[in-house]
Write a protein that binds this ligand. Structure first.
Ligand SMILES: Cc1ncc(COP(=O)(O)O)c(C=O)c1O
Length: 400
């Protein structure tokens, strides 16, 4: 059987996780994250829709949401679904942080929310966004879809801003195949989010059943011996067809499922949650050990924790000195079965299917990041000899 590693460090499920049990998932998360009443939703996208809907109820004269120009296309779809307008902020040069100077010019009396985004589990500068948001009367909604377990000082990400959300989608550490968690330290906002949930989320047995079946499929197939069939083969087919957007699964339809997160899947989360802190510790140690050899490569930047923060490590995010070097490295590594991939293929305006909802804009830093970045899985299945092969390949490409 052909060995294929996943592009991110997902927590594998055990057969016993699948047994029906009393769901204490929200309570577990509340204790661990240090926040009252985390709200479970069917996806990170759904959590974002609910949060924005709630914010808009509280400040109805505001209808613009400012997001980084290099982020998940689902973010644009969520803003559209909430009936709001998207405004793009470029990244700071060579960084995943929002460009603070540009952010200040984008915000004003119509700004509903700023969305600092903890990409790749790295904790970005929320205080800078908070200062600008307070000046203009906007909320800060932390997109921590990729950062469950990341901390800013002693507090979980999502608690520095007014609200935050995590994704439990496939590959995101703890997964329920799809799922989302919405948190806020602000009781008024929490209440508004509950009210929005009653308005926006609708029972849908077909989706609930589909997600349950998909989670069972994940429990079976999420292992190096079976991932080639369900992940590696479609990946290679998409790349052969010249479709990198499909290869990384960035090709989303306009319909966002908005249904409750089923009881059985919450029970699976309850069981898997017991192993999450240990898994995050392990992946943190593994990532730390692998940063050095990558940093030694000429012209390579590996994204690490900012001072005072402790991120989570689903994968390692790096930039190569040029787009040509990055493409040349991926020619070998993307289909090598070693969990090397890309994060988002484009800056948001460059996805054809988002054309009607994302404004065109000059975004040199976001486009540069899209062109020079790649990711290396931080799955515990990536052995040291396999990691060394990745480093060797990068070294060879950079020498040429
Ligand atoms: C940065 C970011 N925001 C939002 C989302 C949406 O989360 P979900 O896939 O759970 O809907 C994702 C998903 O990958 C993401 O990476």
């Amino acid at each position: 059987m052909r060995r294929e590693l996943p592009p991110t460090a997902g927590l594998p499920l055990r057969p016993s996780d699948l047994l029906p049990r009393r769901a204490r998932f929200a309570a577990n998360l509340a204790g661990w994250l240090g926040v009252a009443d985390p709200q479970l939703e069917c996806s990170g996208t759904a959590a974002m829709v609910v949060a924005l809907h709630a914010m808009h109820r509280l400040r109805p004269q505001r209808d613009e949401v400012v997001v980084p120009a290099w982020t998940c296309p689902l973010v644009a779809l969520a803003i559209h679904r909430a009936g709001l307008k998207l405004k793009l902020c470029d990244l700071a040069p060579g960084s995943i942080d929002l460009d603070a100077a540009q952010l200040a010019t984008l915000c004003g009396p119509r700004t509903l929310a700023i969305v600092p985004t903890h990409l790749a589990g790295r904790v970005v500068d929320v205080p800078a966004a908070m200062a600008i948001a307070r000046d203009c009367g906007a909320y800060v909604l932390e997109d921590a879809a990729q950062a469950l377990g990341a901390r800013h000082g002693d507090a979980s990400v999502g608690l520095l801003g007014d609200a935050g959300f995590f994704s439990l989608a496939v590959g995101k550490g703890l997964t329920l195949y799809e799922g989302g968690v919405l948190i806020s330290r602000d009781a008024q906002l929490r209440q508004a989010c509950m009210a929005s949930r009653r308005e926006v989320i609708r029972t849908n047995p077909r989706w609930s059943m589909q997600r349950a079946v998909e989670l069972l499929g994940y429990a079976v197939a999420y292992r190096p011996s079976l991932l080639y069939a369900v992940y590696g083969k479609p990946l290679r087919a998409a790349l052969a067809a010249g479709d990198p957007v499909a290869a990384v699964g960035d090709d989303f339809g306009p319909d966002i499922p908005l249904h409750p997160l089923g009881r059985w899947r919450q029970g699976v989360g309850t069981a898997a949650f017991a192993r999450l802190p240990g898994f995050l510790d392990y992946t943190r140690r593994q990532a730390r050990a692998r940063l050095e050899p990558l940093r030694a490569l000429p012209g390579v930047t590996v994204f690490d924790d900012a001072p005072g923060t402790q991120g989570s490590w689903p994968f390692l995010l790096l930039t190569l000195p040029t787009g040509e070097a990055r493409d040349s490295a991926l020619d070998t590594l993307w289909t090598a079965g070693l969990g090397v991939s890309r994060l988002f293929i484009h800056a948001l305006p460059d996805y054809g299917y988002l054309r009607d909802i994302v404004p065109a804009a000059n975004l040199p830093n976001a486009r540069d990041f899209a062109a020079r970045s790649l990711t290396i899985t931080n799955s515990p299945w990536l052995r040291d000899d396999e990691f060394a092969r990745i480093v060797d390949t990068l070294q060879r490409v950079l020498r040429n």
